[in-house]
Each structure stands twice: as structure tokens, then as C-alpha cells.
Design a protein around this ligand. Structure first.
Ligand code: AMP
Length: 132
């Protein structure tokens, strides 16, 4: 059975899309650490990120770099923090989080934002991504 993230990338489950190409997809985390917290996934379903074969793995990080550049342009912040956890959803994903201080990466501090704010930030990231 397809993972929830495969179904999101296929458009079967809604998401706040931030970026997409043929092989990779980026969308907002629904329980973000900060506004703009984005997940980057390979469309190809692999559970554990370090099981991804080399070419796809390098492509995933290159795509995540572009998303991070777009995210930083869209959301004022000091840095884009990066994390890979993967304990909850069995489909490899990279967390990109706009941060200003180390504690902004604390995964015990998940937040929620109204749908209109989520849609607006995703649209800004998508717009910035389209310029790259
Ligand atoms: P982890 O697998 O531990 O890296 O965590 C999975 C992340 O996916 C969590 O931060 C969740 O908030 C997020 N998440 C789970 N389901 C969805 C969804 N349907 N849309 C967006 N983010 C999700």
C-alpha cells in the first residue's frame, strides 16, 4: 500500500505544495516547528533515507537545496535548519525549518497555523522556487 507521502505527491491527499519536479516533491509539514517548515521527499517510495540509491539520494539533496533557497527567500529567518528523523512516516523525507536560534529545531515544540497562513506561505515558496 502507498505511503501517505506517496499519496500526497500523487495529489490523492491534499498538501500545501512548495515545490515539485519529476522525481521530488516538497510540501509544508502539517505540525510545523515554524512557519514554512517544509518536508522534501522522493516520489519513489523508500522508507529509510540511507537506503536510497546514490543517484536518487544526491538528487534529493540537490532538490532540497533549491527548496531551502526558495524557503529562505519566502520566510525571513537566519538560516534554514535541516533534519532527518523519519520515525513517524515510513517514506524518506528531509525537514527544512526556518530558524533564528538553535531551540527553533526542537521537535518537541510543534505548532499549528491557520489554513490561510499555511496556504500563503506555501504559495510564496512555490513562487520563489519557480524563479530558480
Ligand atoms: P518523522 O517521520 O518523525 O520525520 O515525522 C513526520 C513528519 O511528517 C511530522 O513532522 C508530521 O507532522 C508530518 N506529517 C505527517 N503527516 C503529514 C501530512 N499529511 N502532511 C504534512 N505533514 C505531515
Amino acid at each position: 500500500m502507498a505511503t501517505i507521502f506517496s499519496r500526497i505527491a500523487a495529489g490523492e491527499i491534499p498538501s500545501y505544495k512548495c515545490a515539485e519536479d519529476e522525481n521530488y516533491y516538497a510540501f509544508l509539514d502539517i505540525n510545523p516547528l515554524a512557519k514554512g517548515h517544509t518536508l522534501v521527499i522522493p516520489k519513489h517510495e523508500v522508507n529509510y533515507i540511507f537506503d536510497i540509491e546514490d543517484e536518487e539520494y544526491k538528487g534529493l539533496w540537490a532538490f532540497a537545496k533549491k527548496v531551502a533557497v526558495a524557503l529562505k527567500a519566502a520566510v525571513p529567518c537566519e538560516r534554514i535548519g535541516v533534519a532527518v528523523i523519519g520515525l513517524e512516516v515510513p517514506h524518506a523525507h528531509i525537514h527544512l525549518v526556518p530558524i533564528n536560534k538553535e531551540s527553533d529545531m526542537d521537535f518537541r515544540n510543534k505548532k499549528q497555523f491557520p489554513a490561510d497562513e499555511m496556504a500563503a506561505v506555501a504559495a510564496r515558496v512555490l513562487e520563489e522556487f519557480s524563479k530558480l
